[in-house]
Write a protein that binds this ligand. Structure first.
Ligand SMILES: [Zn+2]
Ligand SMILES: [Zn+2]
Length: 209
C-alpha cells in the first residue's frame, strides 16, 4: 500500500494519502488544507481518490473537504454525530482568526464497526469519542497501523476542553479501543510524530496506572 503523510494547514494536521498500487484507487484522510500539495502527491503516484474520510469535524481536519470533493468528485464520509461541530465551522474559524471555508453535504456516515476496502487492505472504523463527540479512528490490521487522529499522540492525548470534549470518555476510548490493539501497531496521530501502541502503553504519562 502507498501511504504518504502530509502536515497540512497552520495547525499541521496529518493528512494521510493511502493508495492501492494495483487499482490506483486512493483514500484521503483529513484533507484539512493545502489541497494543491495533496493533489500533487496523488498525481505523483497516479492515484485517483475514491473516498474522503474525516476523523472528526475540527476545522484543521475537515476544512478542505468541500473544495477537495469539488475538485475530485469523491464523496465525504463523517460520523453523523459530528455534524453539529461541522455546522459550527464559522465559529471554529473565528477562534483561529481564519476565513470560514466552504461547507459541503456529508455523503456517507462513518460509524464504529464499519469496514471499508482499499484493494486488499481493510479499514476498520473504531468509535473513539472524547476529543470531540464522535471522533473515529481507522485500524488497518494488515498494515499493523491505526490512524488515531486527535485521540492519541506521541506521549500525549487529545485535548478535551473544546466544545463537545469529554475527558473520561477520551481515556475510555484510548484504553478500550486503542491500547487493546497489538503491541507493534503503528499509531498515526492527528498531529506530530508517529508512535506505537506498546510505547504509549508504557511511556504515555497520561495513561499511567
Ligand atoms: Zn481535533
Ligand atoms: Zn487536530
Amino acid at each position: 500500500m502507498i501511504h504518504e503523510i502530509l502536515a497540512v494547514g497552520p495547525l499541521e494536521c496529518n493528512c494521510s494519502i493511502l493508495g492501492d498500487e494495483e487499482s490506483r484507487e486512493a483514500f484521503v484522510v483529513d484533507p484539512g488544507d493545502d489541497l494543491d500539495q495533496i493533489e500533487s502527491i496523488l498525481n505523483s503516484h497516479r492515484l485517483r481518490v475514491s473516498k474522503i474520510l474525516i476523523t472528526h469535524a475540527h476545522i484543521d481536519h475537515i476544512g478542505g473537504a468541500a473544495e477537495f470533493k469539488r475538485r475530485t468528485g469523491a464523496p465525504v464520509y463523517l460520523h453523523p454525530k459530528e455534524q453539529p461541530l461541522y455546522d459550527s465551522l464559522d465559529k471554529q474559524a473565528g477562534w483561529l482568526g481564519m476565513p470560514t471555508p466552504e461547507r459541503t453535504t456529508i455523503d456517507f456516515a462513518l460509524v464504529g464497526g464499519d469496514r471499508l476496502q482499499l484493494g486488499p487492505v481493510e479499514f476498520q472504523v473504531l468509535d473513539t469519542p472524547g476529543h470531540s463527540p464522535a471522533s473515529v479512528s481507522f485500524y488497518l490490521p494488515s498494515e499493523s497501523m491505526v490512524i488515531a487522529a486527535d485521540t492519541l499522540f506521541y506521549r500525549s492525548i487529545g485535548r478535551t476542553d473544546l466544545p463537545g470534549g469529554n475527558g473520561p470518555q477520551l481515556i475510555r476510548s484510548i484504553r478500550e479501543k486503542l491500547l487493546t490493539l497489538p503491541d507493534d501497531t503503528l499509531v498515526i496521530p492527528g498531529h506530530g510524530r508517529n508512535t506505537t501502541i506498546i510505547d504509549e502503553r508504557r511511556y504515555n504519562p497520561h495513561l499511567k496506572g
